[in-house]
Design a protein around this ligand. Sequence first.
Ligand code: FES
Ligand code: FES
Length: 178
Amino acid sequence: MNGVTALKPVEQKNAHLSCKVNGEPAQVSVMPCKTLLEMLREDLQLTGTKHGCELGECGVCAVLIDGLPALSCLSLALDAEGRAIDTIEGLAEDAELHPLQSAFADLGGAQCGYCTPAILLTSKALLDKQPNPTREQIREALSGNLCRCTGYQQIFEAVEEAILRISQAEKQAAAGTG
Ligand code: FES
Ligand code: FES
């Protein structure tokens, strides 16, 4: 016996939090050490949010917190308390794809698709704030989202196509023909 006492592992108790996920109230019991990414994927089975570098470098884990893009691998689950979290599972309305989703599908903005959920949500946050962004503003907004497949061109074109589709739908709705 050399006088060194082994430390007992610290027992973590689950914490309880309330938030909204994709517009619905959610109560979650979660280990305080978990990231928001882990809570979404493991506790809520929302696996559309992807798991990448866990270092804040690839952007595949982005979700919206109170409408703004956030890296869920760098956020604690407990940071969701009282906040509205939007994931890719909530982007389509009923059976209808969001115009960003349909434009990405039609123009090849998604290839392997691993980066796509985060890119769609980040683009949505941009369009909610700035409905008619320039190519440069789109590029800037998506600069934290890495894509190894597309070369980005199709992604930028798909966002621009979605802008056109949203604008056409709004005009039709205003004219009562939508
Ligand atoms: S997993 Fe890469 S930034 Fe979060
Ligand atoms: S479509 Fe494959 S990483 Fe972007």
